[in-house]
Write a protein that binds this ligand. Structure first.
Ligand SMILES: *[C@@H]1O[C@H](CO)[C@@H](O)[C@H](O)[C@H]1NC(C)=O
Ligand SMILES: *[C@@H]1O[C@H](CO)[C@@H](O)[C@H](O)[C@H]1NC(C)=O
Ligand SMILES: *[C@@H]1O[C@H](CO)[C@@H](O)[C@H](O)[C@H]1NC(C)=O
Ligand SMILES: *[C@@H]1O[C@H](CO)[C@@H](O)[C@H](O)[C@H]1NC(C)=O
Ligand SMILES: *[C@@H]1O[C@H](CO)[C@@H](O)[C@H](O)[C@H]1NC(C)=O
Length: 536
């Protein structure tokens, strides 16, 4: 009987379940639990002589802090009776079994010391067994502990990892930082850095990563502008791209801006006040080709002039945004009843004839306080309206927005403004390129305007003159043509740009009077901006 035999009332152990019955041991003679001692000595009962009893069953259970490894150093004097020559089994009657958790137990006998056993474990147990026959003089050992060591984790390409000379023990943490332009790639994500820890089993928690060269995302195209790569077309680290705007647009006050692909795989602007580039139209500018020294506007002038027409009415308007036209309110009533017949023309005075475009209407927005009686033609206060286009305009040399004024100084007494000559309308549909002509009007102060109107009202029914209107005079009666272009802007050149100072509203029969009445656009700036914003 090899296993399960009980000798002299000592503990009976079952071969491959060495720990199970340990807690209920009754053998106070040789069992030992050793915890948390950094080192110590152990030997079999009676060593180096025969044990005091014939049969022995002892367990020594060494357990230290995790992360530490126990090493057993057996002394030279080692003697456990080994198998008789005719017996096949290893150490059948007397043995010392070394059990390391998770590994095959080692069974020892014979008279050669096993020397040093490095367990790489923080727990080990020794079972010593002798049956009642034969003789073993036993064994002795010194055990010691050391911190678990992890192997060197290796080198990192394109990064800085652990130094090659260092040794690593349980709990040690190592960091990897990638060289400029490289990043740790883990789980499909780019990380700035990486760390891993030497675990209690002597293994690293994670394998060292590679540092991969990173790329920024494909840069967004710029609306009404352009983008090009100055270097690094693959958007890799330190690639430089440049943005600029098409003519007639301005890039936040810059000709162009550059962005660099930087750490974080982000495009970073090299211009302090431009984080996201966008192009805004330049208002009130004429193409340099058509603005000669005498400020004579020729072909291609009036790029903000628009025309609105239905079979019964024609009106002028000013382009003030890529989807917005400014006009007079009194013309809108007529269009409203024939909405599907409304034609909108922009770019009529195209330099190349390429700019002319018919635009589709989206909506009309008349000033809410405008009241108009088409029979009396009286009380046309707040004669202002906006037209929204269905599709945005693309600005170019032929189509540009007029500036909206924020200052009221644009129609002071004596200010000269220009209004497109309505005679141009007759040629609009012809195929010959047009050279727009215009009429210069000189603004009068409010008192003069009021006086002139009073004079007129002595003989005629004329509308009142509210503060939101001004009047202007043309010195030459014969050329002051004034039919059919209500809604046309009265523009003033100021500080290098053309501004919408007024809108043509009404006149009393031009042939009898040289004065016309205009809406003061600056008075309606808040309404214009609000309306455009609410309907954007
Ligand atoms: C084992 O012990 C012997 C003497 O007891 C000693 O000379 C030897 O250095 C020890 N070996 C180790 C690895 O500690
Ligand atoms: C412990 O680890 C060392 C080095 O990793 C190895 O040489 C030795 O065989 C291991 N010991 C055992 C009992 O597995
Ligand atoms: C040693 O004995 C203790 C207490 O009986 C037990 O908790 C521990 O698991 C034993 N160690 C091993 C390595 O089995
Ligand atoms: C970018 O701007 C600079 C200075 O404003 C200018 O000199 C350069 O010509 C511009 N480059 C391009 C491609 O527009
Ligand atoms: C005139 O234009 C320049 C540049 O466009 C601007 O900086 C300046 O403020 C303007 N002056 C006035 C009085 O509007």
């Amino acid at each position: 009987m090899e296993w399960g035999a009980c000798f002299m009332g000592f503990l009976c152990l079952v071969a491959f379940e060495p720990w199970r019955q340990f807690g209920s041991k009754t053998n106070g003679f040789c069992d030992r639990d050793i915890f948390d001692e950094r080192e110590g000595d152990l030997s079999s009962p009676g060593y180096p002589h025969r044990p005091p009893t014939h049969a022995v069953s002892c367990r020594y259970n060494i357990s230290v802090k995790s992360g530490y490894s126990i090493s057993l150093n057996f002394s030279d004097k080692f003697h456990i009776e080994s198998a008789m020559p005719q017996h096949d089994a290893i150490c059948p009657y007397h043995w010392l079994r070394v059990t390391i958790p998770g590994r095959e137990p080692i069974k020892l006998c014979g008279d050669r010391s096993p020397g040093v056993i490095d367990t790489n474990s923080s727990r080990v147990s020794l079972d010593y067994r002798m049956d009642g026959k034969g003789l073993s003089r036993g064994w002795s050992l010194h055990f010691s502990t050391r911190k678990v060591q992890c192997p060197h984790p290796g080198r990192v390409t394109n990064g800085r990892g652990p130094s090659s000379r260092a040794e690593f023990f349980y709990g040690d943490r190592i960091f990897v930082r990638c060289h400029q332009g490289h990043k740790v790639m883990m789980g499909g994500q780019l990380l700035e850095s990486f760390s891993t820890t030497c675990q209690e089993n002597g293994q690293w928690r994670d394998r060292l990563p590679d540092c991969k060269k990173f790329h920024c995302r494909e840069p967004e195209p710029l609306q009404n502008g352009w983008m090009k790569h100055l270097s690094g077309t693959l958007n890799e680290y330190l690639s430089v791209i440049q943005y600029g705007c098409d003519p007639s647009y301005s890039l936040q006050g810059h000709d162009n801006v550059t962005f660099t692909c930087e750490a974080g795989a982000q495009w970073r602007s090299n211009t302090a006040n431009v984080q996201t580039p966008f192009c805004t139209p330049v208002c009130g500018q004429l193409d340099p080709r058509i603005q000669n020294e005498d400020n004579v506007i020729s072909e291609g002038g009036f790029p903000w002039q628009a025309f609105v027409s239905s079979p019964r009415v024609r009106a002028g308007a000013a382009v003030i945004g890529d989807r917005w036209l400014l006009t007079a309110a009194h013309v809108i009533d007529e269009f409203r009843s024939a909405k599907h017949e409304v034609r909108i023309i922009v770019g009529a005075f195209s330099i190349s004839r390429r700019g002319i475009g018919y635009q589709d209407l989206a909506s009309f927005h008349v000033h809410p306080d405008f009241r108009y009686n088409p029979h009396s033609h009286l009380n046309i206060n707040h004669d202002i309206a906006l037209i929204k286009l269905r599709d945005p305009l693309t600005f170019n040399e032929n189509i540009r927005p007029l500036c909206l004024p924020t200052v009221g100084t644009l129609h002071n007494h004596g200010t000269v403004g220009i209004v497109l000559n309505p005679a141009i309308l007759m040629h609009l549909s012809s195929s010959d390129p047009e050279t727009p002509s215009f009429i210069e009007w000189t603004a009068l102060d409010d008192n003069t305007c009021r006086m002139l109107r009073e004079k007129l009202s002595l003989h005629r029914n004329v509308p009142p003159l509210p503060n939101s209107m001004f009047c202007a005079r043309h010195p030459d009666l014969s050329s002051a043509m004034c039919d059919g272009l209500g809604g046309t802007p009265f523009t003033v050149k100021y500080n290098g740009s053309h501004w919408a100072a007024g809108i043509v509203s009404w006149a009393y029969r031009c042939s009898h009077d040289t004065v016309r009445y205009f809406i003061k656009v600056p008075n309606y700036i808040d309404w214009i901006r609000d309306t455009m914003q609410r309907n954007s």
